[in-house]
Design a protein around this ligand. Structure first.
Ligand code: UD1
Ligand code: PEP
Length: 420
């Protein structure tokens, strides 16, 4: 068992570089099997979700090779298996993209119900509605989602909820379908746009990604391509808040400032100094910070994947802050862990009321999911004394070398192996 040991209250200072985006990577990798050739994907984060997906594709006869830790060469010429089992996909949510990609290219797919972080129900009815509208038969049996079609024909699909996964999955299934598909009420997240750009670089015809109407004109064939993944909005936001919670001076490099607007605006409202460059943001604190209210929303709103990190930050900002989680029905499970560090937070349903305290104090805590883990890391950086964080398998799903990056900013953090 590995743990992070953090001795807090070091003011972070310096520069940290963001890796490629997890949620773009996990869509683009399955999308690569839509062509009968080789795709080379660069700027991938070297994280467990990416490694798991590469292993899953290898099990299907796709040759996935890391050219270096951030570059994956995907050769899908000899794919021979259209089934992804529970064993291979249980840890990753994005395994659902294999459904859209296999269905789009081979008209058949069998994928175990996806895993990923647990914050309440994570239905996939909108994915299934989209596949069905394109002409697929979809059945759920023995924990497997089975989809097949004679052929796929473009359709007009209105999503009942704004869903990143359904938007991307329908794009994957529709790029090789006959005719035009229109997705209305589509998600607008940067990773939706990145996946559309990747598909277009393979020869697809996807327009409107980044707005709430996406139009896909089916093409006959896609070709291999070289593609570079966008920077990770959530990793960037996590390090921006690491700067703020330690009242430090941190420059987060290799990000897209536009993707950070909802966070930057909140930090500025709190009194944090936020200085933007073309591809960096410098965050520093010189004045006392103020409490704020935050509501998570689909992009361009405040990302739910930065909500736990924001709770950690607000737990040491004087005054009462309110966080409303409007995307997931149960994403405050980690609050009990934050309370072990002394945070004063009350949760009622989807609302957390945070009374800022002067100082957190180190304790033993456990990550309950990926971003909960990131929130605990931030809280530990601000806490007096030593914090031990376990369940690192969650953090490792989405953060490459988190202890090295924070260590480079002056944090006292180390990863240790403990016998159970
Ligand atoms: C791999 C990946 O990219 N994961 C992200 C993706 O998850 P994921 O794609 O699973 O999240 P969605 O955008 O689909 O979910 C948003 C909301 O829609 C609901 N819903 C979704 C699909 C569906 O068929 N029916 C339905 O009701 C969900 O319960 C949730 O309330 O977007 C989330 C919201 O930004 C992020 O927290 C996750 O980090
Ligand atoms: C919730 C997340 O991931 P996933 O959807 O892959 O579980 C996340 O990235 O915060």
């Amino acid at each position: 068992m590995e743990q992070l040991i953090i001795r807090g209250r070091k003011r972070l200072q310096g520069e940290v570089t963001v890796n490629g985006a997890k949620n773009a990577a996990v869509a683009v990798i399955p999308a690569a099997i839509l062509c009968d050739n080789i795709c080379t994907i660069e700027n991938l984060p070297y994280i467990d979700d990416v490694i798991s997906l590469a292993n899953t594709l290898n099990d299907m006869g796709v040759k996935c090779e890391f050219v270096d830790p951030h570059t994956l060469r995907i050769d899908s010429r000899n794919i021979n298996n259209f089934c992804a089992t529970y064993e291979s996909v249980k840890k990753i949510r994005a395994s659902y993209y294999l459904l859209g990609a296999l269905l789009g290219r081979y008209k058949k797919a069998e994928v175990a119900f996806p895993g990923g972080c647990n914050f309440g129900t994570r239905p996939i009815d909108q994915h299934i509605k989209g596949f069905t509208a394109l002409g697929a038969d979809v059945a759920v049996e023995h924990g497997m989602i089975k989809a097949s079609a004679e052929k796929l024909v473009g359709a007009q699909i209105y999503l009942d909820v704004v869903s990143v996964g359904a938007t991307i999955n329908i794009m994957l299934a529709a790029v090789l379908a006959e005719g035009t598909t229109i997705i209305e009420n589509a998600a607008k997240e940067p990773h939706v746009v990145d996946t559309a750009n990747f598909l277009n670089s393979m020869g697809a015809n996807v327009k409107g990604a980044g707005t709430d109407v996406i139009r896909i004109i089916g093409v006959e064939k896609l070709s291999g391509t070289n593609y570079m993944i966008i920077p990770d909005q959530i990793e960037a936001g996590t390090y921006m808040m690491a700067g703020a919670i330690t009242r430090g001076d941190v420059t987060v490099k290799n990000l897209i400032p536009k993707h950070m607007e909802s966070l930057s605006a909140k930090l500025i409202e709190m009194g944090v100094n936020v200085e933007e460059g073309d591809d960096f943001i410098r965050v520093s604190v010189t004045n006392p910070l103020k409490a704020v209210n935050v509501k998570t929303l689909p992009y361009p709103g405040f990302p739910t994947d930065l909500q736990p990190q924001m709770s950690a930050l607000l737990s040491v900002v004087e005054g009462t802050s309110i966080i409303t989680e409007s995307v997931w029905d149960n994403r405050f499970q980690y609050i009990d862990e934050l309370k072990r560090l002394g945070a004063d937070i009350k949760v009622e349903g989807r609302v957390a009321v945070i009374k800022g305290i002067k100082k957190l104090s180190g304790a033993q805590v456990c990550a309950t999911d990926l971003r909960a883990g990131a929130g605990l890391v931030l809280a530990a950086l601000a806490a007096e004394g030593e914090t031990t964080i376990s369940n690192l398998q969650y953090i490792d799903r989405g953060y490459e070398a988190i202890e090295k990056k924070l260590g480079g900013l002056g944090a006292d953090i180390k990863r240790v192996k403990r016998s159970k």
